[in-house]
Each structure stands twice: as C-alpha cells, then as structure tokens.
Design a protein around this ligand. Structure first.
Ligand SMILES: [Zn+2]
Length: 281
C-alpha cells in the first residue's frame, strides 16, 4: 500500500530558487556553529536570519544511524484516546489543492494538522494563508525539498534522502522559517516527504524544536484509493489513531472518501480531535 506514498510528487529534484540561494548562508552558519561553544553561534548568522536554527548537540555529527523507517521512538504515531476519538493529518506535498476536502472538514468542524511542503506554499500561497488563518487547522512542516530525512543519503521509494546533518537541518529549517513567516507561529510538528527517517534525523528534528508526527492509519493509500476504500479505512480505525491522507490530489478519491465517512462517524459518536490537544507533549 505504501509503494505509491507521495511518489507522484518527486519527478523533479530541482531546488527552488530561494532554497538554493540560502544554502550557502546556511552552510556558513552551521560551520560557524560547529566550531564554537554550542549555543553561542547566533552572532555568526548572516543578516536576514532573524530566527537562526538552534545549534545542535555536539555528538550528532558523528553518530551512525541504527534505525530507519516510519515508526521508531521519538515519532508520535498514536495517542491515548478518551472514548471514540481519532485525529486527522493531511499532507500538502508539491501538487494541487483539494478544495472539496477542505470544505468537508470545515462544514463538519473537523480539526486537522496540515503538513505544508515549502514548494506547495510557493505555488499556493493564497490558499496556504487561508488554511493558516482557519483555527480548525494547525500547520505542520512537510519539509523543504520533500525528501526522506537521513544523515547518510538513505532512500525511500527510490527517492534519495538527505546526506548529512547539515542537509537534515536545511530540509527542516528552511521550511520552518517559511511557515513561521506564513502563520506567525513556529511549527511544532514535522513530517518528511515519504514519512521516512533515520534515528539521528529524528533527534535533529527534536533539537530544532519540532516533533516528528507519524500515523497509525494510511487513510488514502498515498492518494491512490477510491472513495469507498478511503471511507472504509477511516471507519475501521481504532480509537487513538492518527490518520494520514493527502490534500494535494483533488483528482483522487480522498475528498469523496472523507465526505462519505465523516458524517457517518460523527453520527456514530466519533470525536475528531486536534493532535496537539491529545498528544500530551
Ligand atoms: Zn508529502
């Protein structure tokens, strides 16, 4: 089921211009940070970095990863429910915008964490601002280039991951700053493109002040499932599940699947809760 997860958005590995232009400054800053007492390198940050990345613990640079995947300690993948509670998350990978899905969530007052990728924000800035202004939604960080997070270049579904601590920081922090500028609030949840990490990358994300948010249920099979299958995945979810689906494929069955399932689940006594209200961080 996961073989198509986010796969359709990876046809181009090109860096978008503002990312490329920041790479040099970012590397310079990290080099400065690495060579000083940790935590005091902010003065070395170039102008314009009003919110420089926190410096990282010294041991991370030389640590070899020992785990790889979508679930491991440090990734929040479920929550302790109080009754029939479920939490929704949606990824906005580079691609389109599922307006019908948003309308279903808003009409039924369903909260969700929306993971916005940097390239999606650049293409859909007005819609990103609208989503950010809606109190139902919390905006999470879905990465800058939309790649797996690795310190060794490990791949998922044929998509090459980041290759170093510096590249992990770039992948998290460039979009962290973009989302902070968009929403006025630093994102606290992170999810990689492909949802894969190694354990060193998970530690880096946490040191940057974000928490990797995984999932219990793959609601839309990477935006490949027809509406009845999406609805079946939702209605079969156990209380305490965190569901992942996609909001960037309006042509897929995702939106219609949620339109089928959500009213039925509400009528059956299900409560859709905000992850941040129940994750107990
Ligand atoms: Zn994605």
């Amino acid at each position: 089921m996961f073989s198509t997860f986010c796969q359709r958005v990876h046809s181009s590995g090109a860096l978008w211009p503002s990312y490329a232009s920041q790479m040099h400054s970012r590397r310079r800053f990290l080099t400065l940070a690495a060579g000083t007492a940790l935590g005091v390198a902010v003065a070395g940050a170039p102008r314009g970095w009003a919110d420089p990345a926190p410096t990282l613990a010294a041991g991370l640079a030389g640590r070899a990863p020992t785990a790889w995947g979508t679930t491991m300690p440090g990734i929040v993948s479920s929550f302790k429910p109080d009754g029939k509670q479920i939490a929704l998350t949606f990824d906005l990978c580079p691609g389109g915008y599922d307006d019908a899905l948003v309308k279903t969530l808003v009409a039924n007052k369903i909260p969700a964490v929306l993971f916005l990728n940097s390239r999606w924000i650049d293409k859909h800035f007005g819609q990103a601002a609208e989503l950010a202004a809606n109190p139902l939604f919390e905006i999470g960080n879905h990465g800058t280039r939309h790649v797996p997070l690795s310190v060794t270049g490990r791949s998922a579904y044929g998509i090459a991951g980041t290759r170093s601590v510096n590249e992990v920081v770039d992948e998290v922090w460039t979009n962290h700053q973009k989302i902070t500028a968009l929403t006025g609030k630093a994102p606290t949840w992170f999810r990689t493109g492909t949802a894969h990490y190694d354990d060193v990358a998970v530690a880096i994300v946490k040191q940057l002040g974000e928490t990797p948010l995984g999932f219990t249920v793959n609601g839309d099979g990477g935006a490949t499932l027809k509406p009845p299958a999406v609805a079946a995945n939702l209605t079969a979810a156990a209380p305490g599940s965190i569901v992942i689906s996609h909001m960037n494929h309006p042509e897929a069955g995702t939106g219609a699947g949620y339109a089928l399932a959500v009213p039925k689940m509400l009528a059956a006594g299900w409560q859709f809760v905000a992850v941040s209200a129940v994750a107990g961080r």
